[in-house]
Design a protein around this ligand. Structure first.
Ligand SMILES: [Zn+2]
Length: 230
């Protein structure tokens, strides 16, 4: 029996689960109410879980385990450098059924870089995504959510979807306990009504907190939507 099947067998009514898969067209759209519009295909209390800055061997496997324990499918926005360095782990994420998007080859402040350097970073990011995962990338999240006109146009020209966010646990803040992260995430979701959730699989505190976060989402009646692209 495969690991995925074994996990599915163990997913009972107490697990969060994945309620449905939403498949988007490859087009230069941009979603997430922090900077754009909320995804209009999501119903109230539907969430898309996203994890940035990996893959990282110390924490990403723990995130994968917590998601598998709850039969949850998520999206991982990977940086090019760790994607290249930990290619096997990146393919493990993809092979577990999760969606892999791009998050910049280097985690740069693009508004501070010349246009040529921004475009070179995108080219390097696309190249390593293709090389490691053998697929054409469909989605991109800006590092620090710092957009630039140069990259927005380049992404639209390539029909790559820009993914901003609707809610987060602010898990980049130092020394956050699982309960602090759960309380903050639920507080932000209560305001947004659901949507795209930003987390970081490269953060140890997030990996440790994820079982509690998933239980809290279940208790509060949120439903997970798995985002894919055609
Ligand atoms: Zn990031």
């Amino acid at each position: 029996m495969s690991l995925a099947l074994a996990a599915a067998v163990n997913c009972g009514p107490d697990s969060l689960g994945t309620s449905r898969t939403l498949t988007l067209r490859r087009e230069g759209a941009a979603w997430g109410a922090a900077q754009h519009a909320a995804l209009p295909m999501l119903a109230p209390k539907e969430v898309v879980l996203t994890f940035d800055d990996g893959p990282r061997p110390e924490s990403t496997p723990l995130v994968l385990k917590a998601l598998a324990d709850h039969c949850v499918q998520a999206s991982f926005y990977m940086n090019g450098e760790p994607l290249k360095q930990h290619a096997g782990l990146a393919r493990q994420v993809r092979d577990a059924g999760h969606t892999v998007g791009m998050h910049g080859y280097r985690h740069e402040h693009f508004p501070q870089l010349p246009a040529a350097a921004q475009l070179a970073d995108l080219d390097a990011m696309v190249a390593v995504h293709r090389a490691v995962l053998g697929e054409e990338p469909a989605a991109y999240r800006f590092p620090f959510l710092e957009q630039t006109p140069t990259l927005l146009k380049a992404l639209a020209d390539r029909a790559i979807t820009v993914m901003s966010i609707d809610a987060s646990a602010e898990d980049w803040l130092p020394e956050q306990t699982p309960q602090m992260l759960a309380d903050r995430l639920l507080g932000q979701l209560a305001k947004s009504g659901g949507g795209i959730v930003l987390l970081h699989d490269a953060q140890d505190q997030t990996a440790r907190a994820l079982p509690l976060l998933l239980r809290a989402l279940k208790t509060e009646g949120y439903r997970v939507v798995h985002l894919r692209w055609q």
